[in-house]
Design a protein around this ligand. Structure first.
Ligand code: ADP
Length: 261
């Protein structure tokens, strides 16, 4: 596997003489492939026992009425679910990092896309009686990778829900800024992010409050994946204060297709 280091450069005056510099990438490619294969295999091996642990515990749950064993079983189910999410996020992050992800942007009708997303997340928001507002009236087609965009938004909305109080509101809005770039915002009414952590939270496994995040079932990878998703769209993601307190995650990207991978 070879990579062209730069464009061919003409040498001297002879138009048929060019200098081409190529780099042998075989070793890097093989290392990447090995890491990717290892993770795929490891995730498959882990998923099987976790699914069965979860299955046994879920089957026992309705049969156990005494409080303490019931609570323990619930703990087993909750943690098995968390490990499932962790494995899934690790596979996603590995494929984004190794650039193995088949990035395929397409024109997305934003209002329709966000309506579908609402159906997807509403069930879990209902548990905390939270409301999801969508504000995307001025925007129609946006060029993006549908699966990644969905993954990013589900992650941001799930964070907004987990870290915000019951009966609070979460707002997704899409608009175009003065430079014609799209701004996708997910704002909540939670505690917000202290200034000192606004970059750190995008690092893998970094948490502002480790105990709380674990208790809420987070994998510690959501925002790191969000940053990868932003980068692959040649965009960026950062966090701001929401107008009435709370956090606003802002994904800024071109959205005008077709994009280059
Ligand atoms: P986790 O699975 O721990 O939520 P993330 O990568 O999604 O991992 O987020 C990293 C950390 O950023 C979280 O542990 C939490 O401390 C903080 N965080 C993320 N979203 C929010 C939010 N909407 N409100 C407050 N804190 C948040």
């Amino acid at each position: 596997y070879f990579r062209l280091r730069h464009r061919p450069v003409q040498v001297g005056r002879d138009p048929s003489m060019f200098l081409i510099l190529v780099q042998d990438m075989t070793e890097e490619y093989n290392t990447r492939r090995m890491r990717e294969d290892f993770l795929q295999n490891a995730s498959h091996e882990l998923k099987t026992p976790i699914t069965s642990i979860r299955g046994y515990a879920e089957t026992l749950l309705p049969r156990i009425t005494e409080e303490t064993p019931h609570r323990f079983l619930e703990g087993i189910v909750r943690n098995a679910e968390r490990m499932d999410r962790l494995i899934h996020d690790m596979v996603v992050i590995s494929s984004l990092e190794s650039r193995a992800y088949p990035f395929s942007p397409e024109a997305i009708d934003m209002p329709a896309f966000l309506d579908d997303l609402k159906l997807l997340v509403e069930g879990s928001l209902n548990q905390k009686r939270q409301r999801l507002n969508i504000n995307a009236t001025d925007v129609r087609d946006v060029f993006a990778d549908r699966l990644l965009l969905e993954h990013l938004l589900v992650n941001l909305v799930s964070n907004a829900s987990r870290y915000s109080p019951e009966e609070s509101s979460i707002t997704i809005s899409v608009s175009r800024n003065a430079r014609g770039r799209f701004e996708l915002r997910v704002c909540d009414q939670g505690p917000g992010i202290p200034e000192a952590y606004r970059e750190k939270i995008f690092e893998r496994f970094f948490r502002v409050d480790t105990d709380r995040s674990r208790k809420e079932g987070g994998t510690g990878l959501g925002l790191s994946i969000a940053r990868h998703v932003a980068r692959i769209h040649s965009g960026s993601i950062h966090v701001e204060d929401a107008p009435g307190g709370g956090a606003c995650f802002v994904f800024v990207f071109s959205g005008a297709g077709p994009l280059k991978a």
